[in-house]
Design a protein around this ligand. Sequence first.
Ligand SMILES: [Zn+2]
Ligand SMILES: [Zn+2]
Length: 274
Amino acid sequence: MLIDYHLHNHFSPDSEADTRKMVARAIEMGMHEICFTNHVETHDKQTGKAVFDPKEARERFKAIKQELDEVQAEFPQVRIKFGAELEYVPEHMEALAQFVADTPFDFILGSVHIVQSVIIASHKFAHQLYQKVGEETAYLAYFELLQKMVAWGHFDAVSHFDINKKAGVQFYGPFQPEKYKDQIRLILYAMKEKEIGLELNTKCINNRCHEIFPHPTILKWALEIGIKHFTLSSDAHKIEDVSQHIQYAFDLAKELGIPSLSTYEKRVPEPHGI
Ligand SMILES: [Zn+2]
Ligand SMILES: [Zn+2]
């Protein structure tokens, strides 16, 4: 079963993609189930801050759900789920937990894009941190936030687990997970405790760091530690990127011995053997 559980459409502050065109493309790419996971927050590029406006988010996600229901009726060939991608910003988490609880989501991704007020997920801004500090300082700060987000825990799967490497490889060379083994494994243990899943994200296979998120070594540790739920995603913001390399991620998951992929309905996971 092929799934693409991380898509952004025109309702995301960073995408203009038409929903129907994205769905048609996902079907063309052989997807059986997809999930739209628009950002809840907007990123203020000047200050590097994530802005969360509960009223704006409530209205926007209501409109997203309405559109997805319409589109689902038009495209019965694929199942379309209603999700969101959250940014870990300590001061927002109480309000975000409330927002998530009040909205009929199928699936929630937890992400860290901002470290020390710098959007490290963006090539335009990452240098503001990576040029200033060494690899260890930057990457440990990232993993510390990831750890805190998992401790918070109001989401279903960690997105792009090692996105620190996306722009990081340019400054520090290839990412070596072994250097951060203790930190990474602690996060994976905490995910297992909370039954939080892990995403295989193909967004940067063709560009930037030219690797899947997370590194296969991290996927092996996740399996060893007993993480049960895995999803596949292209993290597409444009039509042409929808579901790219999902087949590769599926084959990799199989090769590594991942026994199943999970889909989600109203936040309840359902594993499908691969
Ligand atoms: Zn993201
Ligand atoms: Zn995303």
